[in-house]
Design a protein around this ligand. Structure first.
Ligand code: SAH
Length: 469
């Protein structure tokens, strides 16, 4: 027996708040919460819901009676279709307010913490074109927007280069102008797409796994160095050369032109050989007096300008005098470790990705930092009594874990060694609050500062300072 989806229509409902994952919230007449995918807090709407979950609904606004004064006109033609910038229809000031609130709510509700005076969230100067890295996909399986379907243009057989449609792994939305990365990013992507279309070079079909052009990664650093990595799916050197030569001819400013021939099932280049075609196999990013070498597989914070602000706050919170032993947990390529090294006696960085640690060591050497050591391993396994006996008990711990937060064992170990200060940088204030609740037995939350690294999205970073009670 098939179960019919039961939907509801609720009329004239005010959208009251922003919710996780870029959604917004309203309340149904029965008192349950409705999560909406297409409305802005302040809108008054009619809502059609999907099946009721246990304690809430999920739905869509189907009629707008009143538009919120927090609304703004999205700059991008693909808004609502492309999954990238879900908050583009919201004024930046409102975006910041919601981010700040989310962080405070998580610290209070999940962490059960008493908040110190909260400094206002630090917004970005550039709310568009702020990313230093973009990854685009080529596809012969193009997603057509409603406008494209309605238009007179015949798109049949058209190839696309752009982004995956949310929830559709095999469909690509063609992008002519993305507002996230500065030019020549858009020009390079469009040039390669048009060149391939003109020359009849095939685009990859994700389901059938055939076709030549697969992905394109573009990195542009704040000092203007450009890295382009083209991923091909077929081994045909003459076609690779044709494309690479043309790209270079039209964009001689490219610092590093590289390619990958990936014939396996998934797109990741991390297990693939990256072949240098022109220039260096790396580019440089600069921050203060530091230079960071970035290769095709390196991790680097994607918003360079705001990463600098985030690191300055982290360093300020650490309040170093030059005599401290500092641990930088989840150090990545050691950027925070190097950023604070001059103000510390010694810095110890720990990270699970071996290539990141290799980059960290090389960058530290190039930056003439000789008081930083880096270790590879899973934090829960590496950060042991033995490790601390060998490297010394830290005065300050800086920790910047991934979205899941810290492993319970890591939190327990921090409590055991009890450094004077902990600076916790987080990209997910919910898991940060969970971890802070555990640390609360010994530590007082004395500073908290949200930082927006990703305007037009719901993502927010939060830095806190904990001091031993
Ligand atoms: N602080 C760095 C990177 C932070 S991102 C910067 O600002 O650039 C979080 C890092 O944690 C990533 O580099 C990831 O590889 C690392 N990581 C994730 N899980 C880990 C684990 N279990 N043990 C150690 N490192 C881990």
């Amino acid at each position: 027996m098939s179960r019919k989806k039961k939907t509801h229509i609720f009329e004239n409902i005010e959208v009251i708040d922003a919710a996780a994952k870029g959604k917004s919230v309203a309340k149904a007449p029965d008192g349950k919460v409705i999560f909406l995918s297409n409305a802005v807090p302040g809108d008054v709407v009619d809502i059609k819901t999907g099946r009721k979950r246990k304690s809430y609904y999920e739905g869509k606004a189907i009629k707008f009676h009143q538009l919120s004064n927090k609304r703004t006109t999205p700059v991008c033609d693909y808004f609502g279709v492309c999954g990238g910038c879900k908050w583009q229809n919201m004024d930046y000031k409102a975006q910041l307010d919601f981010k700040q609130n989310e962080v405070a709510n998580n610290l209070i509700r999940i962490g059960h913490l008493e908040l110190p005076d909260v400094t206002p969230i630090l917004g970005c100067k550039d709310i568009y074109f702020y990313r230093n890295k973009m990854e685009f996909s080529f596809s012969s399986s193009r997603w057509l927007t409603e406008d494209e379907i309605k238009s007179d243009i015949d798109f049949s057989g058209e190839n696309a280069c752009g982004f995956h449609i949310p929830g559709m792994w095999d469909k690509i939305l063609n992008i002519d102008k993305c507002h996230l990365q500065e030019n020549p990013s858009n020009d390079i992507r469009n040039f390669i797409r048009d060149l391939a279309n003109k020359r009849g070079i095939s685009f990859y079909h994700p389901r059938h796994q055939v076709g030549m052009l697969r992905t394109l990664m573009i990195r542009i650093t704040s000092i203007g160095e450009i890295m382009v990595v083209i991923q091909f799916a077929e081994h045909q050197p003459d076609i690779h050369q044709l494309i690479l030569d043309e790209v270079l001819k039209h964009f001689p400013e490219i610092t590093s032109l590289q390619y990958v021939v990936n014939q396996k099932g998934n797109d990741t280049i991390y297990d693939q050989e990256v072949i240098l075609y022109h220039g260096r196999d790396h580019i440089f990013e600069k921050m203060e007096d530091l230079k960071f070498k970035i290769n095709a597989k390196s991790f680097y914070q994607t918003n360079s300008a705001q990463a600098y602000e985030l690191y300055k706050i982290t360093r300020d919170f650490a309040g170093l005098s030059g005599r401290e032993l500092v641990y930088d947990l989840y150090t990545g390529t050691g950027t925070i470790a190097q950023f604070v090294a001059k103000k510390a006696k010694k810095v110890v960085g720990v990270e699970s990705v071996p290539e990141a640690i290799a980059d960290a060591k090389e960058n530290a050497k190039n930056n003439q930092i000789d008081n930083a050591s880096f270790f590879v391993g899973d934090m829960a396994k590496v950060f042991t009594d033995e490790f601390i006996a060998k490297n010394g008990t830290p005065d300050v711990i800086i920790t910047d874990p991934p979205r899941d937060g810290m492993h319970k064992k890591v939190v327990e170990q921090i409590l055991k060694i009890a450094p004077n200060k902990i600076v916790y940088v987080s990209c997910n204030s919910a898991t940060q609050a969970r971890d802070l609740a555990l640390l609360n037995v010994k530590y007082k939350l004395t500073k908290t500062q949200a930082v927006d690294m990703f305007p037009q999205t719901h993502h927010v970073e939060n830095v806190v300072l904990l001091e031993l009670r």
